[in-house]
Design a protein around this ligand. Structure first.
Ligand code: SF4
Ligand code: SF4
Length: 338
């Protein structure tokens, strides 16, 4: 099975996007060399990683509450896992041992935060599917950051796609993700994971741990009261439907103007960002100035620039928007004729 056939198969199975990264490249460029999230730490036999994307349906970002997107996240992940499993199965049937790791997992020995055995964002970038946004999500030209992705690790030697060199993210002059972020966690191609978790993992592991730590320390009477706490219900929902335990906050995804799904269904309703503050505006201006002056920026250092796009932003979103408008006019003309 060659790379083209594997990609066709992934699309037939339901992947929205697919790319291939070589295990040698992933082993040579771990996201953080001190904590290598590499295929070789999982299996020395892996030669290629097939990366598939499932987009999050845009309707979920048009709601008054964040609950629909939380539930859609889980459905998207389930569907994506099925596609990945079936692709691994087909690769094995063709004679290439293959497997899938969990798309959302944490290796507890890594930095005591949500770092998996592999970083799916980096897999996607190495497979040529997109580049980092200012908030270090992967941005694909097709769907911006509104997606999930996973990797099928295979012993098949497949022709790899190189990373994009053009920066997909508009960058500092946009900073819409920064403006929208409730806990102001967005850095300069960087993120404060703990701050983000206060919104994105409302009922995540650390909240559960903190709750039970307090609970144990309380007198019996207070404990009885605590059992009626909203948090207990939140934990139950998290276990039952994964709602609340991750991906709780969709704000930086909803406002990112990259992707045709944004132009078609989000641009109008997400134009104004109510979370904008003068302090955030100052922060974005500082980022813009630092980049213009060529200051040392950790997120753009010699190691990280590979995933941001070393050629810088060259107008991909503007080109995309022009093309979108042109096609929209054509569709309207066709509809009138009909
Ligand atoms: S909102 Fe703007 S700055 Fe943030 S990731 Fe998207 S394009 Fe980049
Ligand atoms: S998910 Fe929410 S809290 Fe986290 S960076 Fe995005 S906007 Fe901020």
């Amino acid at each position: 099975m060659d790379a083209a056939r594997v990609k066709d198969l992934a699309r037939e199975l339901g992947a929205d996007l697919v790319g291939i990264a070589g295990a040698d490249v992933l082993n040579a460029y771990p996201p953080d060399p001190k904590w290598p999230q590499t295929p070789e730490r999982i299996s020395p036999h892996v030669k290629s990683v097939v990366v598939i994307v499932k987009r999050i349906p845009v309707g979920a970002f048009r709601c008054k509450t964040t609950v629909p997107v939380q539930y859609m996240d889980m459905l998207v992940l389930r569907r994506m896992d099925r596609i990945a499993y079936r692709l691994a199965e087909r690769l094995e049937q063709a004679g290439h041992p293959s497997f899938v790791t969990a798309a959302q997992e944490t290796d507890w020995s890594y930095k005591k935060a949500s770092y998996g055995r592999l970083s799916t964002r980096h897999l996607g970038i190495e497979a040529g599917l997109g580049t980092f946004g200012l908030e270090v999500n992967i941005l694909t030209p097709e769907f911006g950051p509104r997606l999930y992705l996973t990797g099928i690790l295979t012993e098949a030697e497949l022709e790899a796609d190189g990373p994009m060199t053009e920066q997909v993210c508009i960058g500092e002059s946009c900073s819409r993700c920064l403006m929208s972020c409730p806990p102001d966690a967005v850095g300069h191609f960087d993120i404060d994971k703990r701050a983000c978790a206060t919104e994105a993992q409302e009922f995540g592991f650390h909240t559960i741990l903190g709750f039970w730590r307090d609970f144990i320390a309380k007198p019996a009477e207070d404990r009885r009261e605590l059992l009626k706490d909203r948090e207990i219900f939140g934990f139950w929902q998290g276990l039952l439907r994964v709602v609340g335990s991750f991906g709780d906050c969709p704000r930086c995804l909803a406002v990112c103007p990259v992707g045709n799904d944004y132009h078609a269904h989000l641009a109008k309703m997400q134009k104004v960002i109510p979370e904008t503050t003068p302090e955030k505006k100052d922060k974005a201006a500082g980022f813009k100035l630092a980049r213009a002056e060529g200051a040392d920026i950790d997120g753009l250092n010699d190691w990280n620039i590979r995933w941001v796009g070393p050629d810088g932003y060259q107008g991909i979103v503007a080109r995309q928007l022009q093309d979108f408008k042109k096609r929209q006019k054509e569709r309207e003309a066709e509809a009138e004729e009909a």
